[in-house]
Design a protein around this ligand. Structure first.
Ligand SMILES: [Zn+2]
Length: 419
């Protein structure tokens, strides 16, 4: 079938195709996936149909109608999968950033009614149109960094009406522009201000009033923030069990500021991802990897300890050595990481968590796709997958984390369309 798009002369084609198709890349496999030197990738409409070394290109399928991109010896790779964002919110927290620079901690600010709760006030006050316009603005920013699929959590409404609105805004934002949006329900971010001191009553309200109004087909994951000042391990377990019984996939924010055991608890319930994990020990990581048979992904968020001036980074190197699959995300949100630069997160994972460039690339593509249940559609360059493809401005994989802070993206293809 005649190609509609051909990318040729790819100096290194990073396929991410690895040993096993039925689980995320883990252990040595996180860096030993297939790189094709001097390669091509061919698409028909929105799908990849063929790829390989240039001498194997079937020129008969290249017609005058084929759009041909010459990568000129540069790196070509799958579109980035951003697997943990709080995309939809009102206002910003630049004022609190000043307080942090003067020495206040994240939990001090949360306890004084700031933090998440100040964004909740701004979000409740914003109209749906304002929230949508801001979300679309941020999505456009992500797209410029080469993000082609993005997870978007609710969690700044903390009441039925606003939480449902945030999910709807995320879904609408996904329909209005080309980046694929996967919504997650994080109503259990912290207890709503009307439920101060009664976290379990708040969770009960979510289970009775909100979860039944969401469909796992539309909103595949339910998430909770398990931390001091948010929800305990026991309360989180109860809530995730209810969500699982309703058919939702599970995620957790845990071991961000303390080692409470939330990651291990969630993994025992079959969580798709355990996120943050800055305080997760390598021993616990090894138990999680064994127990989940390598299916629970640790989503590491290195820009958060940087921005919070906390400087305690998840031991990503040890996690990989213990066979726990690792993904990387920005955690884009107004409080603890206002950055959309997933490349910077990748670079920080190399510098502060000890990942190799190849491991870090897997962490923002295929393993990130697994972390949001999108591995059938994206995260690697393989026939049958969606044609979400980046041409970078570097000639080798090793240069991706090297040009610190730069955006290496030259061209972005989403669903076979050049953006
Ligand atoms: Zn988060």
């Amino acid at each position: 079938m005649a190609y509609t798009l051909l990318i040729r002369n790819c100096g290194q084609l990073l396929t991410l195709a690895g040993a096993s198709a039925d689980r995320p890349l883990a252990g040595a496999a996180q860096q030993h996936w297939r790189v094709i030197p001097n390669g091509y990738v061919a698409c028909v409409q929105e799908q990849i149909v063929a790829l390989g070394p240039m001498p194997e290109l079937d020129e008969a399928e290249v017609t005058p109608a084929t759009v041909v991109l010459d990568a000129g010896g540069r790196v070509v790779m799958p579109g980035l999968v951003e697997c943990h964002t709080h995309l939809v919110f009102g206002g910003n927290r630049a004022g609190e950033f000043q307080r942090k620079l003067q020495g206040e901690t994240y939990l001090d600010i949360l306890a004084s009614g700031g933090g998440i709760l100040s964004t909740v006030r701004a979000t409740r006050a914003a109209s749906e149109a304002e929230l949508l316009a801001t979300a679309l603005h941020h999505l456009e920013g992500f797209r410029r960094y080469g993000v082609t699929t993005l997870e978007a959590k609710s969690g700044y409404g903390l009441n039925t009406e606003t939480e449902l609105r945030l999910v709807q805004v995320a879904q609408q934002a996904g329909r209005r522009q080309p980046v694929r949006v996967v919504p997650t329900f994080l109503g259990a971010h912290v207890p709503g201000p009307e439920f101060k001191g009664r976290p379990l009553d708040y969770l009960q309200m979510l289970v009775e009033e909100v979860l039944p109004r969401l469909s796992p087909a539309q909103v595949p994951f339910v998430d909770i923030f398990c931390e001091e000042g948010a929800f305990s391990v026991d309360d989180s377990r109860w809530y995730l069990e209810q969500a699982r019984a309703l058919g939702f996939g599970l995620k957790i924010h845990a071991e961000q500021l303390h080692d409470l055991g939330g990651c291990e608890m969630a993994a025992q319930l079959g969580a798709t991802s355990i996120d943050h994990a800055d305080y997760l020990t390598p021993a616990a990581a090894a138990r999680i990897a064994r127990q989940s048979q390598g299916r629970t992904v640790a989503v590491l968020l290195p820009l958060v300890p940087l921005f919070l001036r906390q400087e305690r980074y998840a031991p990503g190197r040890a996690f990989i050595d213990e066979n726990l699959p690792v993904a990387i995300s920005t955690d884009f949100n107004p409080g603890s990481c206002p950055s959309k630069n997933l490349w910077l997160a990748l670079q920080m994972a190399c510098l502060k968590m000890g990942l190799t460039p190849a491991e870090a690339v897997a962490a923002v593509t295929l393993n990130a796709a697994w972390a949001i249940g999108q591995q059938q559609h994206c995260g690697s360059l393989e026939p049958g997958k969606r044609a979400d493809i980046l041409v970078l401005d570097v000639p080798t994989l090793e240069e991706i984390p090297y040009w610190l802070g730069e955006n290496p993206v030259r061209q972005v293809v989403i669903g076979g369309q050049l953006m």
